[in-house]
Design a protein around this ligand. Structure first.
Ligand SMILES: Cc1ncc(COP(=O)(O)O)c(C=O)c1O
Length: 398
């Protein structure tokens, strides 16, 4: 006995990578560039605040979040996006134990049984963060993957979809800065998407987990678009995380914020389903959202590695410095073949782009294609020296 919807999920990309490399010995001391797990130093604030908040281990964590944490998140968002004070009230914010679980769970909150007389659609980019699809398939909604390749600037062109499709959409997920391509949505496009969400009554989910990793101008965010449109948060949710901003992926600390009516319903579901964030970690998170200095230092480390990558790759493999985030998305012709060679000849582990995208079957010819297939994703999460070494080995093999 099992839930047949589980059969719709593929193995997670890292399991597929392990299968691809099975039996191959690394050609040199292994360098791991496949997983987007930040390896920069953990900010000193984490230990300092933990040392003084131990009493919180004796309490069940409040699902709604401690006011200290929600206040810190609101303050950060106001400073980061130039929002007027009070635009993001505390009741519009929920903590999440990492955004991953909340991104998985959100479909259960916002996707109805029917929309516009049909099974609701959930739109998401292709390639995409795998958790989006998991939550949607397990909910029984119909995913519609919108290609985000070079033709559309590596972002999904949601605005170009026909009105019938948008009318059936219950939720639209957009990731900016995008994992894996590093493309960033402009304020104008966020604004257009917020307008569409309200026109067609879908929930716009903005995954902005990489918003603090950038080289020049800070990426625009969906809350700025809400501000530009008068300040309402209707139909909009933003997800963000300390995993990348503060290099604490192991802390499991993120948040979701936006439309207070949706947040209220999400909180009801989360009272049943979510693992609340322990209070001491809520206090650490509050301190991290309130501190900018460590985030600036963290960003600088990524900038150094991205300039190294620019010097090493030039314009080979379609290389361009990512506008946001810490992934390189390199066109190597055949991502799986390149991944095997990089491991066997240079000991460098990367991820084939194919594993981050779903196949598309042409309805007429039956031909199968995959928008990620020519690419590999390279995570610049190791220290600068290791990263330089890995990139140089890559250039010599590819
Ligand atoms: C695009 C994207 N969204 C969300 C997440 C989830 O991050 P976390 O659960 O650590 O907040 C990740 C993690 O890699 C990601 O790449």
């Amino acid at each position: 006995m099992h839930n047949p919807r589980l059969d719709l999920l593929t193995d997670y990309p890292f399991q597929r990578l392990a299968a691809l490399l099975e039996g191959l010995e690394p050609g040199a001391a292994p360098l791991m560039m496949s997983i987007g797990e930040p390896q920069h130093p953990v900010p000193a604030l984490v230990g300092e605040v933990l040392a003084t908040s131990g009493a919180g281990w004796g309490k069940y964590p409040p699902i709604a979040g401690a006011p200290e944490l929600k206040g810190a998140i609101a303050g950060w968002a106001e400073r980061r996006y130039g929002l007027p004070s009070g635009m993001l009230p505390l009741e519009a914010i929920l903590p999440a134990s990492g955004t991953r679980e909340a991104l998985y769970m959100i479909a259960q909150t916002v996707v109805p049984e029917r929309k516009a007389g049909a099974t609701p659609l959930v739109l998401m980019p292709n390639p995409f963060y795998q958790v989006y699809l998991g939550g949607v398939l397990m909910q029984g909604a119909e995913p519609l993957l919108v290609d985000a390749g070079p033709d559309t600037g590596f972002l999904p062109d949601i605005e170009a979809l026909p009105p019938e499709t948008l009318a059936r959409a219950a939720m639209v997920i957009v990731c900016s800065p995008a994992n894996p391509q590093g493309a960033v949505l402009s304020l104008e496009r966020w604004t257009a998407l917020v307008r569409l969400a309200r026109q067609y009554d879908f929930v716009l989910v903005a995954d902005e987990c990489y918003s603090e990793i950038y080289a020049g101008t800070p990426p625009a965010g969906v809350l700025e678009a809400c501000h530009a449109l008068g300040g309402s948060l209707d139909n909009v949710l933003v997800f963000n995380s300390l995993s990348k901003r503060s290099s604490v992926p192991g802390m499991r600390s993120g948040f979701v914020a936006g439309d207070p009516a949706i947040i209220q319903r999400f909180q009801r579901l989360r009272a049943y389903a979510a693992a609340g964030m322990p209070l001491p970690l809520q206090m650490v998170s509050a301190a991290l959202w309130s501190d900018e200095a460590h985030a600036v230092a963290n960003r600088r480390l990524y900038q150094e590695k991205i300039s190294d990558a620019s010097a090493i790759f030039g314009d080979r493999f379609g290389y361009h410095p990512p506008a946001g985030g810490f992934f390189l998305w390199l066109n190597v012709g055949d991502g799986e073949a390149a991944t095997r060679r990089l491991w066997a000849e240079a000991g460098v582990k990367v991820l084939p782009g194919r594993y981050l995208a779903r196949d598309r079957v042409d309805p007429v010819s039956g031909a199968v294609s995959n928008v990620g297939a020519p690419y590999i994703r390279v995570a610049l999460v190791q220290n600068r020296e290791t990263t330089q070494q890995a990139l140089q080995r890559m250039v010599s093999v590819l």
